[in-house]
Design a protein around this ligand. Structure first.
Ligand code: NAP
Ligand code: FE
Length: 366
């Protein structure tokens, strides 16, 4: 994995020289997270010390649109940026990767990121302010296609960040709801990766390590109650951040399973945060995979490592996801249509078909 992961307190300020990647940076971020987390102040202080110029593109929304990233790429190019610093949750980090491609190549049209035309990418630094996606450790960007309400991933080996700076203090301003939902995303990455036929001894090691940290920490956060203060969450930030990063490393080898595409509809149509949308399907994910000998073996190993039964793990993840909706048949058909083409279904021991997708939605949401 080519990303240099630099973790610990004051990771940015203690490694200032690494930010001399060019003459001018475009800082890609959302509306407030870079400022609230303190990461923007640390980064601009370091750039100023080094005499590196910067411009800020802070228009990245949750589940970023291709068009907004394309605009960000044009903005970066017009401003002469020669490297990209993504600061934020998975949305700005994913956006930073495609902005680095648009900025590097004026010939690249918005949808060309999904083609072999993506051949140049500016150097990228990733600074997470959530503990969830693991985007800092992989070359994946999940974009929302304009006008279609569909999420589609792009993965180019060119899009690995050069450096990722992991400082848990940048997540200290994340509220309870997003702390839990991003941790659920990370747990899903670990579980889906562990079961993937593409997993390796090494990716499974990362998946187990991340799953244990995340599951145990989520249980402790539950014990604090729904209204846990930022102060009360502070002791858990380090384990969440390193657990999520481990999940990011694991899915770098394997990709994710069916929780991800099935969850996209909940996010895009109902605003359910990404991690809770994935976690809502964990009971079904275990149930289908337990139908195979391989799934039974892997789920058994994973849950034994967590010191729990598969029933308890799945029930906890579903409970913490806290998703409750009712959809009619027509809506369910539309939702299946949106996600049935995803590659993720093949990525687990049991491969669900369209009828089974329908059965899952009906069981959970009717
Ligand atoms: P996010 O969409 O980046 O951010 C969620 C919300 O949290 C935003 O409102 C954001 O504010 C806020 N926020 C972020 N950090 C904060 C902080 N420290 N303090 C206060 N507020 C903060 O959430 P995410 O769950 O990390 O990312 C989800 C996206 O990543 C989805 O699009 C998903 O599909 C994608 N994803 C990517 C991968 C991958 O491997 N690359 C894997 C899984 C998911 P701002 O609006 O101000 O930023
Ligand atoms: Fe995810």
């Amino acid at each position: 994995m080519p990303v240099e992961l630099i973790s610990g307190d004051e990771a940015v300020r203690s490694n200032a020289a690494k930010f001399a990647l060019g003459k001018k940076a475009v800082i890609v971020t959302g509306r407030s997270s870079a400022k609230k987390s303190g990461a923007l102040d640390d980064v601009t202080a370091v750039l100023a010390e080094l005499g590196v110029e910067w411009v800020v593109y802070d228009r990245i929304m949750e589940n970023p649109l291709v068009s907004v990233c394309y605009e960000g790429g044009c903005f970066a190019r017009e401003n002469g940026a020669d490297f990209v610093i993504g600061i934020g949750g998975g949305s700005p980090l994913d956006a930073a990767k495609v902005i680095a491609a648009y900025a590097a190549d004026p010939e690249l049209d918005a949808m060309d990121i999904y083609s072999a035309k993506l051949t140049k990418v500016l150097p990228i630094i990733a600074i997470p302010t959530t503990s969830g996606t693991g985007s800092e450790a992989n070359p994946v960007s999940v974009m929302t296609i304009d006008g279609k309400n569909v999420k589609k991933s792009v993965k180019s080996p060119l899009s690995f960040p050069k450096y990722a700076f992991l400082d848990p203090k940048y997540t200290a301003s994340l509220n309870n709801k997003y702390t839990v939902s991003t941790a659920l995303d990370a747990f899903c990455h670990c579980a889906e990766s562990y079961l993937s036929p593409k997993s390796s001894e090494v990716s499974r090691m990362f998946a187990l390590h991340g799953a244990k940290k995340l599951y145990d920490t989520l249980a402790k956060i539950e014990a604090l109650g729904e209204n846990a203060s930022l102060e009360a969450l502070k002791p858990f930030r380090y384990d969440l951040m390193t657990g999520a990063c481990a999940g990011g490393v694991a899915i770098n080898t394997t990709g994710t399973g069916f929780n991800h595409p099935l969850g996209y509809n909940l996010t895009l149509y109902h605003g359910v945060p990404h991690g809770s949308a994935c976690g809502a399907f964990m009971g079904e994910y275990f149930a289908y995979n337990l139908k195979t000998a391989e799934g039974e073996k892997l789920i058994g190993e994973l849950c034994a490592w967590l010191g729990q039964t598969p029933e308890k793990v799945a029930a906890d993840i579903v409970k913490w996801s806290n998703v409750s909706y009712r959809f009619d048949d027509k809506t369910i058909e539309q939702y299946i249509e949106n996600v049935k083409g995803a590659g993720n279904y093949k990525n687990s021991p049991y491969v669900i078909n369209v009828d089974e997708m329908r059965a899952i939605y009906k069981k959970l949401f009717q």
